[in-house]
Write a protein that binds this ligand. Sequence first.
Ligand code: ADP
Ligand code: MG
Length: 261
Amino acid sequence: MISLRALPGRRRSAAPDAAEGAPAPDLSAVPARPEPLIELRGVSRLYQLGNVTVAALRGVDLAIERGEFVAIIGPSGSGKSTLMNLIGLLDRPTTGAVLLGGRSVSELDDDALAGLRSRAIGFVFQNYNLLPRTSALDNVATPLLYQGVPRKERAERARESLRLLGMEERMGHQPSELSGGQQQRVAIARALVTRPALILADEPTGNLDSASGAEVMQQLRSLHDAGRTVVLITHDQDVAQFADRQVHVRDGLVSSVGLAA
Ligand code: ADP
Ligand code: MG
């Protein structure tokens, strides 16, 4: 048993990146400050496949502050989607805790979790996931329908969200009448319309050519500049570079955190 009293200088260390293999930080030593928007503490996620257990995440500590633009990057199979499902409150950890605004979500039942998810998080997917044969305006307004927002306000807010993405002139278009990049802009407008605390984008440029992909990334970047918290999941270093911070995932571990200027 190591006595903390044998480490007198410990509490004075400001380095968040203490030596590798160091024990989990004593949170009581962390200076008082606003809670991270999302925090994962000692999170593992095991999948059971018959007799085989797959450890998709193996002890992840990660904090995302309000207003950050973070890219989670790693090769295929590293655990990115598993991590995104946990950050997005789509899944629960096998061990460890997921906290939103400092509050553990583990005591919430599935309905409460779903409600929190729909209010707090706007999702953007690789395949856009727009409703076919439905106008851009109605696609963007749909999440507000589930929140019981009156019809007129739904249309106003959907239009405003499309305007922000430079898509107002296309609001009557159906997905099949839009390019991939335009469809993704509509999807981002839809993610924004509920004014979520977090925009969570999973490979948002995965189906786009590089020019359209760069435009979509510029849009996410300007949302961040306007104060939004954006988390982006990607396997592509060129895409990750749009973010301010990169979290590297490998073999179920957050292996390094690079801070950009
Ligand atoms: P990535 O998104 O980085 O490609 P995933 O999070 O999808 O990685 O997967 C991480 C690991 O967990 C992989 O080995 C994958 O095969 C495994 N895995 C993911 N989902 C499941 C599942 N539902 N059942 C069993 N194994 C899974
Ligand atoms: Mg994946």
